[in-house]
Design a protein around this ligand. Sequence first.
Ligand SMILES: [Zn+2]
Length: 341
Amino acid sequence: MELSMIKDVAINQNLRPLLELAARVGRDPLLTQASTGNISIKLEGVLWVKASGKWLADATGDEILIPLDLAEINAGVAQNLDPAERYSNASIETAMHVTLPHRVVLHVHSVNTIAWAVRKDAAAQLEARLDGLRWQWIPYVASGLPLAREIEKALSTRPDTDVLVLGNHGLVLGGQDCQTTENLLSEVERRLAIAARQAHPADYALLAEFAAEAPWAVPDDDAIHALATDPVSRRILEGGFLYPCQAIFSDASTPELFRATPAADGMLESEERRPFLIIEGRGVVINRAMTPAETAMLCGLAQVVQRIGSAAPLRYLTETEVAAGSTTATYRYRELANASH
Ligand SMILES: [Zn+2]
């Protein structure tokens, strides 16, 4: 066999467990929704990282990874060049993946983690739950280079850190191999698990009436209706955006879209342009134009808010943070996410 072929075989042997892990994680809606979450492995000077917009769930059937020169990215990051901007198809979190020294890095939008990470008292709440793990809390910061810089700072004080909880965002884990990383994920998930609050069932008769007319449809996932039928969840949504993806995928600049509409009101024409409608006390209908990615994000949101306690002090995104999330880069990310899968 030629040397290049031997190298290819070695790379494939190393990538296969990573892709299988990616697929398992991607198929769990409590860990990733649509194209959120990403994964990487560092192999002989190459960073294999998830391409922007790809779904982890497609890992074993689609080419979701792209190879990037590790030294080149590191040199760029040192000069404040964001790899996600330099390489148009690189994951928006590529800078984070190179900043972490671990061979395998996994980032998920775990609904259990997010339910803690949107709290003002998140660091204190996590302290007891993650006791004994090598973890650190990273207060909210924008994705890309800013997040990578904060992680760099955190690692400079405790270089052995292999769990990072990202405020208003999610979870990052690092390990020597896929098995170690997956075990760590299971352990963190077990410790941060929250039972979803029971919500009143949806009024399916009313939803069917809505769905009889354009543009509405009744979503497949029954859990989504909690956004409308659970009073605690409705109140949480009224307060603002909990994490950037909520704003990005709904294409909303204000949380108005997530405010429940009273069922008694007649249909307003302006409402027909909405991607979804939260009907107070009754359930959720989605616009037929809504993409699978947008629907997956809304289901994820329902899972998060159903895990937030009614008395939890919440830290919503500020207007500046929401506006900063609506940059060209994140819109491109959303478009890609909607196009694939
Ligand atoms: Zn993320």
